[in-house]
Structures are given as structure tokens and as C-alpha cells.
Ligand binder design. Structure first.
Ligand SMILES: [Zn+2]
Length: 163
């Protein structure tokens, strides 16, 4: 696997069937990690159609992990009923760190990134303009443009401190 792409679902705190189709891992509102219907290895070859379709134009070789949250989100002042929870965010970062170790993926802007960042780098794909992850409710002071950087630092911390 060459990279990990991090999402929010835009749904409620409980993963639904569509989300299990779309992501390899989904972290619910209480921080429990659920497996999706496909394994990361299913995304090594996307020509058979049997893979997690989490990132338009970037699914091959990509692990997709999502936090189940943010349904009804409009902006930082109008977050809807399902803002990302602190425990959910931490559990997701810990899981990403474990995946980095398991698959020997380095923590760089090209290999651990948000869906939003992927869209910025690949404006020709359907991932361009995706809003996830442009705001972290547990850390509202982090600017839109700094979320990916903040996430990578969190993941680095977990690779050093968690087992
Ligand atoms: Zn996404």
C-alpha cells in the first residue's frame, strides 16, 4: 500500500452500509474502529471493481479511513448535530499510526493525507473540492490549510508513543 487517505463520512456517528462499502476503516463517534467490506489489499488492483471507492482518481494502492461524523456540517459556526468528537479523532490518528507501521508507510504529505489535500494535488479528479478534512471540531484553532500538517504530527506522536 502506498498511502493512507483520511476522510470524514459526512454522515452520523454510526457507520452505515454505504460507508462500509466506501472505506476500509470507519471510526465511530465513540472511537471504535469498524472494518469496511473491503480490505486495503483489495485496492491494489481496482480493475475488478471490488475495492473501497473512497477517493475518486486515487483509489489504487490507497487505504481509506474515515471518521463517521459531520452530517449537516456547513461551517465552523454551524456544525450540525454530529461534529467530530475528541475521542473519535484520537482513535483515528492512533489507527493511522498503526497502519503506517503495518504497511511501512512513511508520514509525508504524499503518503498520509486528507481527501481535501488529495483533491488539491489532483485537480483533474472528482476528489477536487472535497471538504474533508477542512475543520477539526476538537481543535477549532487549526486553520483549514493546516489540518493535514496537524494530522501528520498527531500520527507521528502515536507512532512513537502507542503500541
Ligand atoms: Zn472523503
Amino acid at each position: 500500500m502506498k498511502r493512507i487517505i483520511i476522510h470524514w463520512t459526512g454522515g452520523t456517528y454510526v457507520p452505515n452500509e454505504k460507508e462500509k462499502e466506501d472505506y476500509h476503516f470507519i471510526v465511530d463517534g465513540l472511537g471504535t474502529v469498524h472494518k469496511g467490506n473491503y480490505t486495503p489489499e483489495d485496492n491494489l488492483n481496482c480493475y475488478d471493481g471490488k475495492y473501497a471507492k473512497h477517493t475518486g482518481g486515487g483509489n489504487t494502492g490507497s487505504i481509506g479511513i474515515a471518521m463517521a461524523c459531520m452530517f449537516g456540517y456547513k461551517n465552523p459556526k454551524n456544525m450540525g448535530q454530529y461534529p467530530m468528537t475528541n475521542i473519535q479523532f484520537e482513535a483515528c490518528m492512533k489507527k493511522v499510526a498503526e497502519l503506517c507501521r503495518q504497511y511501512n508507510i512513511a508520514i509525508t504529505p504524499d503518503t498520509v493525507l486528507t481527501h481535501y489535500e488529495f483533491g488539491l494535488k489532483h485537480p483533474e479528479t472528482s476528489s477536487a473540492g472535497k471538504p474533508d478534512i477542512g475543520f477539526l471540531p476538537p481543535y477549532p484553532e487549526v486553520k483549514y490549510s493546516d489540518v493535514g500538517y496537524f494530522i501528520r504530527n498527531k500520527v507521528r506522536w502515536y507512532t512513537k508513543h502507542a503500541r
